[in-house]
Design a protein around this ligand. Structure first.
Ligand code: PRP
Length: 180
């Protein structure tokens, strides 16, 4: 992995403690449900999804969806479906699992897509949400951390597809971002 000289925003210890706390709340809220249907949004969610799903104390089914956004950061925020979930979500209790909500376009797209498939319930979970960058107002039912609108990497999040495997989340400078 390339060296990263930047500021740690959320340490491994802080992230892991928060993930356990989120898992405890989710496990309580879904205690009476047969099975929680977790849908992770590739690729950024993969580490959070692994840790969160393992920390739950309730039955769960794991699936993934992959999206691509056209013109990231533009107001249009058009989102395209690359890979759909494998299973029918009708009458399931669905929890969308994201690493980060930025403009909100991705989550907004997913909520509309899944609502049309008649789930028993539909909620959202994101480790991070950037404050001040929302273009669409989307509900996040389980949120790990509210963070400032800066470039970050680690714990699944990338910069030019690097740094995803870092166990912590670090702020990356605009200069470093330019290099990738
Ligand atoms: C990131 C992140 C979310 C999305 C949020 O994905 O994983 O899915 O952006 O942004 P939004 O709120 O502005 O829609 P990205 O497109 O960077 O792809 P990746 O997960 O494969 O890195």
């Amino acid at each position: 992995m390339p060296a990263l000289d930047s500021t740690i925003m959320l340490s491994e210890h802080v992230i892991q403690a928060r993930v356990r706390e989120m898992a405890r709340r989710i496990s309580e809220d879904y205690a009476d449900v047969d099975e929680l249907f977790m849908i992770g949004v590739l690729r950024g969610c993969y580490i959070f999804m692994a840790d969160l799903s393992r920390a739950l104390s309730i039955p769960r089914h794991i699936d993934f969806i992959a999206l691509s956004s056209y013109g990231k950061g533009t107001v249009s925020g058009a989102v395209r479906l690359i890979m759909d979930v494998r299973t029918d979500i009708s009458r399931r209790h669905v929890l969308i699992v994201e690493d980060i909500v930025d403009t909100g376009h991705t989550l907004d797209y997913l909520l509309r897509l899944f609502r049309a498939r008649s789930p028993a319930s539909l909620k959202t979970c994101s480790l991070l949400r950037k404050s001040g960058s929302a273009q669409v107002d989307v509900p996040v039912d389980y949120l790990g951390f509210e963070i400032p609108d800066v470039w970050i990497v680690g714990y699944g999040l990338d910069c030019g597809d690097k740094y995803r495997a870092l166990p912590y989340i670090a702020q990356i400078s605009p200069e470093k971002k330019q290099e990738t």
